[in-house]
Design a protein around this ligand. Structure first.
Ligand SMILES: Cc1ncc(CO)c(N)n1
Length: 212
């Protein structure tokens, strides 16, 4: 059986991939034991990730070569701008984090690294580069979220962060990103593999930073 381009990249980036999927953050989130200050530190940084992520989705829409892809990416941008952003705001209220506290925290190094990587991918004008970063971000999160054991923790701050990354629409989106990367990646293999590798390294460091 022949391996797809996206599967090949994931294999090439073991053990970094598994280190994220099996990270302490994921374990503690999924069993509900995560400390509020860890969740708060993570979500403050991840809300900044979301900002650059929207830029990347915009770049994907601009560089995609089909209407079907643009429509799919546009729906995802709508979801991230709507329901996902609202989750952050509700979580910040539940964790009693006011705006001053959120804005006062400096960017952790992996957050700055991600902003830079996403802006670089967007500026490259390469659909393959943009897809590589999007694919890591979304596929990795689906991978760990789909392994969460039922029943999920009762606190919405915990269980919604899991279900945002494991639901029927999100699965379809990840399958779409992978098939797009499988389609256009091989023609730009070096670029795709470089961005994929840098993204997965940052994902692991991003999770570590929640405990720093
Ligand atoms: C750091 C990071 N990676 C991936 C996702 C999934 O979009 C996220 N929210 N944050």
């Amino acid at each position: 059986m022949s391996e797809t381009f996206s599967e090949m990249l994931r294999c090439e980036n073991q053990p970094a991939w598994s280190a994220s999927v099996q990270h302490r953050f994921v374990r503690e989130l999924c069993d509900g034991s995560i400390a509020n200050r860890v969740m708060a530190r993570y979500l403050i940084q991840d809300h900044r990730f979301l900002d650059s992520f929207l830029m990347l989705l915009g770049a994907a829409m601009a560089t995609a070569d089909t209407l079907q892809a643009r429509l799919r990416l546009g729906r995802s941008a709508g979801f991230v701008s709507g329901e996902e952003n609202t989750y952050f705001l509700r979580a910040f209220t539940a964790l009693e984090l006011d705006e001053a506290e959120r804005d006062g925290a400096p960017d952790a190094a992996p957050t700055a690294g991600f902003k830079h990587l996403m802006q670089e991918a967007a500026a490259s004008g390469s659909y393959a580069a943009v897809l590589a970063v999007l694919c890591v971000a979304e596929w990795l999160y689906l991978d760990w979220a789909s392994q969460a054991v039922q029943p999920l923790p009762p606190n919405f701050v915990h269980h919604e962060w899991i279900t945002l990354h494991d639901n029927p629409d999100f699965r379809v989106f990840v399958a779409f990103l992978r098939s797009e990367l499988d389609r256009v990646g091989p023609r730009a293999a070096n670029v795709a593999s470089e961005f994929f590798c840098r993204a997965i390294t940052l994902e692991k460091e991003f999770l570590d930073a929640a405990y720093a």
